[in-house]
Design a protein around this ligand. Structure first.
Ligand code: SAM
Ligand code: SF4
Length: 331
């Protein structure tokens, strides 16, 4: 089997799948209050189609799968999908399945997901203030999110990673408080720079809190020392006060890590993307439904990879935000 290598010498092992574009929150930096034009139901991959295409991708060289969205746990078959994928064998061993979620459905699903083979969970939490949470997510669900975090912790998803997006003038006074909380709970906190991927197209560079600013704020209270050996991971990790606790910064905009990217992305409607910021997509749903020839799907995966650019281009003149928002690509 030909390796999943792009024309820039990057070997691809990781597939990010958006299970749905729907969400039970409306985070201001992600979706407008009224939501976005939803993908028509008949265009969504069925459970069976999704597992078939992942199986083909695994045979082609994928070793790790992350399920995201939208909110992946809104999909009624989320646990079955986890079970189906974690039963697959890649060249490197069993496929490792992880998930990024807002945690709202975890009180009910953390244990079944663990039993289905989910290896890791990343939970998004931007603030420890219930009123701010309501303003930032446009939903009064802070207590439910915290209950979801507790459920994931109790189900044994360790180390639990927590993702935070800081917005200027909204929650940019919270990184130190959030890190104290994460350290107390034994969680690994990671700050993500806000990217131009919001459904409302309102991202402005000047409003973005940069990775450098975040580190400066954290260093007022903690000693941070860089952890070597980042590999293809998006987060630059730092030991906090000598370790072993760690904190991460995902500076996608100001310190891009495209040179080590090993990720492909599949949308809920079966479109393969080589990058969050790609403007083109490769349709796998049509061929999957029309003739279901695994060799044709593998060829399409390679043709998508062949078009992968060396970088996301956010910092180049003429950059255009992709037509799909983050919630429909899968973050
Ligand atoms: N709904 C799930 C959640 O929030 O964890 C999964 C999907 S969400 C799109 C995945 C991650 O992307 C979350 O951590 C969220 O904070 C982040 N995100 C969403 N929009 C973003 C943006 N414009 N810039 C940076 N991160 C963003
Ligand atoms: Fe939903 Fe996640 Fe987007 Fe928030 S960041 S609106 S939880 S998809």
């Amino acid at each position: 089997m030909k390796p999943l290598m792009d024309t820039h010498g990057r070997l691809h092992r990781d597939l990010r799948i958006s299970l749905t574009d729907h969400c039970n929150l409306r985070c201001t930096y992600c979706m407008p209050a009224e939501g976005v034009p939803w993908i028509p139901k008949q265009e969504l991959l069925t459970t069976e189609e999704l597992l078939r295409v992942v199986g083909i991708a695994v045979d082609a060289g994928i070793e790790e799968v992350r399920l995201t969205g939208g909110e992946p746990l809104l999909r009624p078959d989320a646990v079955d999908i986890v079970a189906g994928i974690s039963a697959m064998e890649s060249a490197a061993g069993p496929v490792e399945v992880s998930m990024t979620t807002n945690a709202l459905r975890l009180p009910k699903l953390a244990q079944p997901l663990k039993e289905a083979g989910l290896a890791r969970v990343n939970i998004s939490l931007d603030t420890l203030d219930p009123e701010r949470f309501k303003a930032m997510s446009r939903r009064d669900r802070f207590a439910d999110t915290m209950a979801g975090i507790d459920a994931a912790d109790e189900a044994g998803f360790h180390p639990l990673k927590v993702n935070t997006v800081l917005l200027r003038g909204v929650n940019d006074d919270e990184p130190v408080r959030l890190l104290h909380w994460a350290l107390e709970r034994g969680f690994e906190l990671r700050f993500i720079e806000q990217m131009p991927l919001d459904g409302g197209h309102e991202w402005k560079r000047a409003n973005m809190i940069t990775g450098a600013e975040i580190l400066e704020k954290l260093r007022t209270e903690f000693t941070l020392t860089e952890v070597p050996g980042r590999g293809a991971a998006p987060a630059e990790l730092f030991h906090v006060d000598g370790g072993p606790a760690k904190v991460g910064v995902i500076a996608s905009v100001t310190m891009p890590f495209c040179g080590a990217c090993d990720r492909l992305r599949l949308t809920a409607d079966g479109q393969l993307r080589s990058c969050l910021f790609a403007r083109g997509e490769t349709d796998l749903r049509g061929p999957l439904r029309d003739n279901d020839d695994p060799n044709e799907i593998v060829d399409l995966i390679h043709s998508c990879l062949a078009g992968k650019k060396p970088g996301h281009g956010i910092n180049e003149p003429g950059f255009l935000q992709p037509p799909r928002p983050m919630s429909a690509i899968g973050g």
